[in-house]
Ligand binder design. Structure first.
Ligand SMILES: [Zn+2]
Length: 456
């Protein structure tokens, strides 16, 4: 008689269990360690406590046997369990914990493997020490996960881990590389004062709640961050990176910040990548200050494009402030529409083409009542076509030769088509406005081109 369990490699149950311990449940035979939780739900408190003591006994072994892995893969632990002490190599691959799990001051002297483990209760690893690699990839934390002040001396892998509630990594020391690729943080992700001594990768991670990577300890070792990768991340809440010192390449490319991203007091490395990064929040209090900080940092790096980008975000955020005058907001909006705050050379040209065409139609509209008419009382078709052509020509002239409508022969083209009652003075005033607008748009185009290619 053998336990039904097979692991991810297809291997059978690892526990040498006496025949009388095998339990039949739902038509299958199981050892007590792998017996599904549905069956263990009927256990009394004493039964659960006795079983969990047995699990703890398997983990806690004398140091001379630490080189041999303790294999608790697939073990199903009902109720709360607490591990205290120093362990050797331990593997909890695909283990299930239905209650709270506490590894208080635990010391993992060898590799610790919690790959694909499922924690239904709260998990506490405060002050735990992982002397070798720690693997929590694909682990699921249904309640809070608390790793505060834990120490990972070697690599720490949380790739594809799911944190359904808050994830506390405050004060954690990652002495080796830290891997959180594709991790999902459904609630608060708290990495305040966490120490990243080597590279850290958060590629494609999802942060649904507020995220805090900040530190308050200026000059402290906790402040520095080595190479860190946030490519294609999605921050749904506010993300705080305040006071961090990024000492190597930092990658936020194609990352989306739905909330506010704050970098106050940070030192950003020159190899900081914001290509394709989306900053959506321009309405939160403090948004203008947040983007101003990034603008000033990019200005120090003389990164013109990024500087312009954060300037535009800062201006948009300022428009949401109640203490900013309406006139300022109006001109800010016009500046955005006509050149995206100096970042677009195409927008002024598009606006110029639009205003030139619109002006031609306005001139046409003003002059139509004063065109010569036929027997039916309406202008002949050829006169209308000729007038439209003249209006387009007149409108274009106001762009290439500003204020020419006020020259001696500037109105001759239009006057030749209309009666002497035509309000040419109105057309002249409109032409003056068109010339001013066109000159402003040409100026914005020149400034945008200069901004983009200016050196120094
Ligand atoms: Zn088994």
């Amino acid at each position: 008689m053998q336990c039904k369990y097979t692991n991810h490699l297809g291997h059978g149950c690892q526990f040498p269990i006496d025949r009388d311990e095998i339990v039949q449940w739902d038509g299958e035979l199981w050892c007590p360690f792998h017996l599904p939780l549905e069956c263990k739900k009927d256990w009394s408190g004493d039964e659960i406590a006795a079983f969990n003591r047995r699990v703890i006994g398997v983990v806690l072994r004398p140091p001379q046997s630490w080189t041999r892995e303790v294999n608790l893969d697939g073990v199903v632990v009902p109720g709360d369990i607490r591990f205290d002490g120093e362990f050797g190599e331990v593997s909890f691959i695909s283990a299930q914990f239905s209650g709270d799990v506490i590894f208080h001051h635990a010391q993992f002297s060898r590799d610790a493997n919690f790959n694909d483990a499922q924690f239904s209760g709260n998990v506490f690893f405060p002050d735990a020490q992982f002397s070798r690699g720690a693997d929590f990839s694909d682990a699921q934390f249904s309640r809070g996960a608390n790793f505060a002040d834990a120490q990972f001396s070697d690599f720490a892998v949380f790739d594809k881990a799911r944190f359904r509630k808050h994830a506390f990594f405050s004060g954690v020391k990652f002495s080796g590389s830290a891997h959180f690729r594709n991790a999902q943080f459904s609630d608060i992700a708290y990495f305040r004062n966490a120490q990243f001594s080597r590279s850290a990768g958060f590629e494609d991670a999802q942060f649904s709640g507020a995220t805090d990577f900040s530190t308050t300890a200026n000059g402290d070792r906790n402040r520095t961050v080595q190479q860190i990768d946030f490519r294609r991340c999605h921050f749904h809440g506010n993300a705080n990176f305040a006071n961090r010192e990024f000492q190597s390449s930092t990658d936020f490319s194609d990352t989306t910040f739905e909330g506010l991203a704050t970098f106050h007091g940070c030192h950003l490395h020159q190899d900081t990548n914001f290509d394709g990064t989306v900053f959506k929040d321009t309405s939160s209090p403090g948004a203008a200050r947040a983007y101003r900080t990034l603008r000033l940092t990019m200005e120090q790096h003389r990164a013109r494009l990024e500087e312009g980008r954060f300037y535009a975000l800062e201006q948009k955020a300022l428009r949401h402030k109640s203490d900013i005058p309406r006139t300022y907001k109006l001109f800010s909006r016009l500046y955005e529409i006509t050149s995206d705050y100096g970042r677009s050379a195409l927008r002024p040209l598009a606006c110029l083409a639009t205003t030139t065409a619109a002006a031609a139609l306005i001139y046409m509209h003003v002059l139509i009542p004063f065109l010569t008419v036929n027997d039916g009382g309406i202008p002949p078709g050829d006169v209308l076509v000729a007038t439209l052509g003249k209006c387009v020509d007149f409108s274009t002239t106001q762009v290439v030769r500003p204020f020419s409508a006020w020259s001696r022969f500037g109105m001759d083209g239009l006057a030749s088509l209309t009666t002497h009652h035509a309000p040419l003075v109105i057309v002249r005033v409109l032409a003056l406005i068109q010339s001013l607008v066109s000159a402003a748009l040409i100026g914005l185009f020149v400034l945008a081109v200069r901004w983009r290619f200016r050196r120094g």
